[in-house]
Design a protein around this ligand. Structure first.
Ligand SMILES: [Zn+2]
Length: 123
């Protein structure tokens, strides 16, 4: 166990932390956590265990590259089969799209109860 944070020289304490990837809970693992900057350090065994769970869940494969393309006057972004299967997306399903800063686009699913409350912006 390390005692001093290599990033900020803060004090390190052993804690159990939740590890999530793409919003999915991978598990709760022991980590050395810096009390000053919050950086988490996992031991080699724990890192390998996390990698195995992530790989068994097929989470790594969900991250992929896709190109923005033009369709008429609009831009289109294709979602591959892996992510659409994982999300169980339906043809014609409505989603909400918005930027989060200048480098991130968020696509939120719209649940049916929300549809009843809000009107959807026509194109
Ligand atoms: Zn630190």
């Amino acid at each position: 166990m390390i005692e001093i944070c290599p990033l900020c020289s803060g004090r390190i304490v052993r804690k159990k932390v939740a590890y999530n990837l793409f919003g999915e809970r991978v598990g709760i693992f022991p980590a050395d956590v810096c009390q000053k900057c919050g950086e988490q350090f996992f031991s080699r065994e724990i890192s390998l265990a996390i990698e195995k769970i992530v790989s068994d869940k097929g989470l790594w494969e969900l991250k992929s590259k896709t190109k923005v393309s033009m369709i008429g006057n609009s831009f289109a972004i294709r979602l591959n089969k892996r992510i659409s299967n994982y999300l169980d997306l339906k043809n014609g399903e409505l989603v909400a799209l918005y930027p989060e800063g200048k480098n991130k686009i968020v696509i939120d699913r719209i649940r049916e109860e929300q549809l009843r409350d809000e009107s959807v912006e026509p194109r």
